[in-house]
Structures are given as C-alpha cells and as structure tokens.
Write a protein that binds this ligand. Structure first.
Ligand code: NAD
Length: 339
C-alpha cells in the first residue's frame, strides 16, 4: 500500500516536494498545508492537491479568497503516515511536539538544527542507516551538494582533507525583499556552518568551509579543493566518475555553459513543469587534478536539489527500498518521466 504523505509549508521547497511525491507510485499525497491564501494556494488546488490550513492560519481568509479548504493541519496529519515539514527555518522545531503528539513521522529540512530528528539524511551517503527511522532531517542544499560529491570521492579515492568556499546566492528568485543588491558579503563566521553540517552525514570527514554571499538568485557555486587518499589515474578518470554517478550533470566545453545563467537556461530548455536542476552541476573544464590534489567547481540549484532527497527519505523511513541506489533510481525515473 502506498505511503500517505502530507506537506506542511508550501513555499519554495514544499511545493516542489509535493509535486515530486505526487509522481511516485509508492506514495500518495494526502495534501499540503499553508498559513495564508496566495497564488501558490490557488495553483495547489488547480493541481488537485487538497489544501489544509496550517500554523494557526485563518480559515476565513481562504474562504474569502474563494479557495476550497479541505480542513486543518491536524486533520491532514491524522490522515497521513509521514509529514514533510517545509516551513521556514526553525519553525519545524516548533512543530515537532505536535507531530510527536499525533504519532506521525516527520521529515524536517536543513534550516532546522540537527537535533530536531533522529538522523540527518542524504540518499547517496546514509540511506541504509536511515532505514526505519522515526524522524529524519534532509540536510540543506549546500550540504546535500557536498555530501553527494563526498560519497562518490570517499568511495572511489578516499578523502584526506576537503576545503570548500561556498559562493552563496543572496536570495531565491521570489524573495523580492532580500539582498544584497550590489555587493559581496563575507560570512564572518569562520569557518562557516556548512562543514559541521556535512559532518552530520560523514562524522569522520576532515572538511572546512568558508562562505560569501553574492547578489544573484540563480544558484550557489562551491569552489572545492580536495586532497584524495588514492590518486586517480588521470583527470579523465575523475570526470568519468562524476559523469557516471546519478544526480551529477557534467557540461562539456563545446556546450558553452559559461556559468549559472546558462545552467538555468539549459534547465528551462530541457523542459518539464518546473525548470529545475536537481543534479550537482559540474564542468569538465572545471575539474583539475595535480597528483592527489583535486580541484573542482560545482553549482547547486538551491530551490530543487533537496527535492529528490526528501522522496528518498520517505522511502528510507518506510523501508520501501533496500538501498539508496534503488531508491534514487526510482525517484529519478518518475521525476524524469514527468518532464
Ligand atoms: P519558504 O519561505 O519559501 O516557504 C515556507 C512556507 O511555509 C511559506 O509558504 C510560509 O508561508 C509557510 N509557513 C510559514 N509559517 C508556517 C507554519 N507555521 N506552518 C506552515 N507553513 C508555514 O521557505 P523554503 O525556502 O521553502 O524553506 C523551507 C525549509 O527548507 C527551511 O528549513 C530551509 O532552510 C530549507 N531549505 C531551503 C532552501 C532554499 O534555498 N530555499 C534549500 C534547501 C533547504
């Protein structure tokens, strides 16, 4: 029987997770919960997703807007096996007690602290250890990107040490009230929180990260310097390793992808209901190897990279797949056929 999934918080991440869950044959989307009426609530109804009122939201405001409401958050949760909490940072923690009281399994996002759930999750890294857990936290977009690459490089070559500079987008495209508009802001928390967050997935990984915020909304870029334990035969070997691993997309030189604007233009051109890029994006010419010193750029589409990971987290929790590779293949197949 399909696992019954609900989504609480229908913003950037929540609406994408709802779409992804709706396409998985082993899951049923019970509904989505929002606090306030908006164009997104109207689109949810158009898509046939039952809409519930969350977080002390005003039912009257939805009715006044002519939006059909299926019930309250509590009712949605009662009809579900798992709730994917996609509310703003730190709100998930506040919701945690209500989920426990209702006896429902929650999946939280990277804006919550790691202690909110039994384990932090990344499909390529620790799916098996997450099987059967009662609560999980899907790590943030940047941590997901590093964890995917770390899972691959650790297995194939071993990682002695990793340094990364994270060039962060200032805001998501719809966040018109955020900046900076002109400037580059160093994050003076040195090193940045991303390294410790990656360690919630790989506790023994020697990693240190810095971050700067730049005025763009498209994607983040990671500038990585990794000291490998076993030197690859050639840079071509590393390129092939990235190319043949699920959830990595490598651009070739002739494709003329100069940076994030072309990556997202490619995402729009390849089609689909959402022009998203759920893969880690690398450039063949952006990978260099000197002995065992590997340097590479990767771009991360912050709005969508964690979406397939949430689907896999549900499969891990309910033991719907024996391992991460099987779950990822299933998730990606159903997301791709939707394109
Ligand atoms: P968002 O602000 O786009 O969406 C959050 C939604 O939840 C909004 O629609 C908001 O109205 C609604 N909401 C507010 N309070 C609520 C409540 N009490 N109950 C139910 N809904 C409520 O936020 P987002 O970017 O989707 O982030 C959600 C989570 O995902 C955060 O933990 C964030 O750190 C994490 N995350 C975000 C990104 C990103 O780049 N946007 C990437 C990875 C992970």
């Amino acid at each position: 029987m399909a696992v019954r999934v609900s989504v609480n918080g229908y913003g950037t991440i929540g609406k994408r997770v709802a779409d992804a869950v709706a396409r998985q044959p082993d899951m049923t989307l019970v509904g989505v919960a929002k606090t306030r009426p908006s164009f997104e609530a109207a689109v949810a109804i158009e898509r046939g997703y039952p809409l519930y009122v969350a977080g002390g939201g005003d039912l009257g405001a939805f009715r006044a807007a002519g939006l059909r409401v299926a019930g309250t958050l509590e009712e949605m949760i009662r009809a579900s096996d798992v709730v994917v909490d996609c509310t703003p940072e730190k709100t998930g923690q506040a919701n945690s007690a209500a989920y426990t009281a209702a006896g429902i399994r929650p999946i939280f996002q990277g804006g919550e602290s790691a202690t909110v759930a039994e384990a932090s999750f990344n499909a390529a890294s620790n799916f098996t250890a997450a099987r059967g857990k009662k609560s999980l936290r899907v790590v943030s977009c940047n941590t997901t990107g590093i964890a995917r690459a770390a899972a691959l490089l650790r297995e194939k070559y071993g990682v002695a040490e990793w340094e990364a500079t994270i060039v962060r987008r200032a805001a998501d495209p719809s966040e018109s009230d955020r900046g900076p508009i002109n400037g580059i802001l160093p994050n003076f928390k040195l090193p940045s929180h991303h390294g410790p967050d990656v360690k919630t997935i790989f506790p023994d990984l020697r990693i240190s990260t810095l971050a700067v915020v730049v005025p763009t909304t498209l994607m983040h870029i990671h500038v990585n310097h990794v000291r490998l334990e076993r030197p690859p035969a050639s840079v071509g070997d590393v390129v092939e390793a990235f190319r043949s691993t699920p959830r990595f997309h490598l651009f070739r030189r002739w494709e003329q992808v100069a940076g994030t604007p072309q990556v997202m233009e490619y995402a729009r051109d390849r089609g689909g209901r959402r022009p998203d890029m759920m893969e880690n994006v690398l450039w063949e010419e952006g990978i260099s190897l000197q002995g065992n010193e590997l340097r590479f750029f990767q771009a991360i589409h912050q709005e969508s990279i964690v979406v397939p990971e949430n689907v896999d987290a549900i499969r891990a929790m309910f033991e719907l797949a024996p391992d991460g590779a099987t779950s990822m293949a299933r998730t990606d197949q159903h997301l791709a056929t939707a394109r």
